[in-house]
Design a protein around this ligand. Structure first.
Ligand SMILES: [Zn+2]
Length: 475
């Protein structure tokens, strides 16, 4: 068993910041002590000098989509390329979504996704299950999956005819989750109303990417959040609303939390850094790069500042990415992706790449620019995600007995995101030109260094499936 000492760094967790050395024995943290109070370096296999650096728990991205079919194409990142890019960005665990579509059995979808990931991941991984066809067999499968470490189920109020569930189906799944203790995750948008708006827009000749946002106004998100909360309360189930982008929707969630309900919400960097005016409504077809659902909203409406404040106030609990990249220009291997919607925005595959940039963006926009504390940064990107989805304290913190998923983070590093320097399998970054101060110097997954100063030194298959327990956020 290899013994590694990370010395002279500043250890940062969700609750504490202190100067300490960390001893890693094999895959776990063995001890944390003040510098000079021990003689660990004698007999250690490796010593990492972290002076002037932060020593933080590895990032956890609880919302990624790798190898996901979307319409006639696939998300461009495989589990191999996606998790390697995650590692470069300081994310050492991801939770992806296994999918059941209409007419399929849940357990078959679960097996399919387990096979896609098996032996391919650079970092540890788990699965949520998308229940796209709620029926008696699906409800039984929800119980069976708990034993497999799948303790969260995602439902869609959007995408009629594809993944959409009606209120009765949603309510039945919520009752099942109330009974078996699992978490319901919700894509909260009124998909039926949105489809009407989209059809009408296209009929008027409004086919540019910018109409993607216009046809998904804030009320379609806030109405769905209100309805999801009401159904969850009626069923007695916990609720986690994914990728929130409208301030009106977050306000609905906050009202429910103030009433003491077990409801939670996440947002993503695209809603905190990008906007409709400059990105989605950019000239030509450029806006297709920023088409995702829920949509990126107008800066003028004040959503962005509201979301940052919601993160600081704990009205939102998690920052994930909803990573789902599609090539902007036709790709030799992946073919036509974003350009499928060149003449009609409704045909643009929905999603943005981002699994690589999250930790650095949140450090820059949050800590450097003074919107959240250093500890809150760790909390939003690692600790609460681990607790929310039953992985704590093995993941999400640095403590004796925790997995040694550790980032030595250099707050003095400076760089700019460009399409040429990212590691995801895609031809653009949504954060082109954004200047970042701070960067992972060493990325360690269960005691093994997998990224060393920008070089990937791990191996495909290093990542292990994480059997998750129940959410540790429920009261
Ligand atoms: Zn998603």
């Amino acid at each position: 068993m290899a013994r590694t000492v990370i010395k002279a760094g500043t250890v940062v967790t969700a609750t504490e910041t202190w100067d300490a050395d960390v001893l890693i024995d094999g895959e776990k943290v063995a001890a944390i002590e003040a510098a000079g109070s021990h003689s660990w370096e004698t007999g250690a296999d490796a010593v990492i000098d972290a002076e002037g650096k932060y020593v933080i728990p590895g990032g956890i991205d609880v919302h990624t989509h790798f190898e996901l079919p979307f319409g006639s194409t696939f998300v461009s990142d495989s589990f191999e390329t996606g998790t390697r890019a995650a590692a470069h960005g300081g994310t050492t665990s991801i939770i992806d979504f296994a999918v059941q579509v209409k007419g399929e059995r849940i357990m078959d979808g679960y097996e399919t996704w387990m096979n896609k990931a098996d032996g391919n991941c650079a970092v540890d991984y788990g699965f949520h299950m998308i229940a796209g066809d709620v029926n008696d067999d699906s409800l039984k499968a929800m119980d069976a999956l708990v034993g497999e470490g799948v303790t969260s189920f995602k439902l869609f109020m959007a995408y009629p005819g594809v993944l959409y569930s009606d209120d009765g189906e949603i309510f039945r799944a919520m009752q099942q989750s109330a009974e078996n203790g699992t978490m319901i995750m919700m894509h909260a948008e009124n998909g039926l109303a949105i489809d009407v708006l989209r059809e009408q827009a296209v009929a008027r000749g409004e086919t540019a990417p910018k109409y993607h946002t216009v046809t998904r106004p804030p009320s379609t998100e806030s109405e769905a959040v209100f309805r999801a909360v009401a159904l969850a309360e009626l069923a007695g189930a916990p609720l986690y609303v994914v990728h929130m982008s409208a301030k009106e929707a977050v306000a609905e969630l906050t009202r429910a939390r103030e009433r003491g309900l077990n409801v939670f919400g996440e947002t993503c960097p695209q809603y905190l850094f990008l906007n409709w005016e400059d990105h989605v409504a950019a000239p030509g077809f450029e806006g297709a790069k920023y088409v995702c659902s829920t949509p990126i909203r107008p800066l003028a409406e004040g959503h962005q500042e509201y979301l940052w404040n919601a993160l600081a106030r704990d009205d939102l609990q998690v920052v994930s990415t909803d990573h789902a990249g599609f090539f902007y220009d036709d790709d030799e291997t992946m073919g036509r992706q974003k350009r499928l919607g060149e003449d009609n925005f409704t045909l643009i595959p929905n999603g943005l790449p981002g699994v690589e940039e999250r930790l650095n963006l949140m450090y820059q926009g949050g800590v450097v620019e003074g919107r959240i504390s250093l500890n809150r940064w760790v909390d939003l990107c690692a600790t609460t995600p681990a607790k929310m989805f039953g992985m704590f304290p093995a993941k999400g913190t640095i403590a004796v007995g925790s997995d040694a998923d550790i980032i030595v983070y250099d707050p003095g590093a400076a760089f700019t995101y460009t399409a040429d320097t990212i590691h995801m399998n895609i031809d653009y970054t949504a954060y082109e030109g954004i200047e970042i101060r701070g960067k992972p110097e060493i990325v360690m997954s269960r005691g093994k260094v997998i990224v060393d100063n920008d070089s990937y030194v791990g191996r495909k298959g290093d990542g292990r499936y994480v059997k998750r327990g129940m959410s540790q956020m429920l009261r």
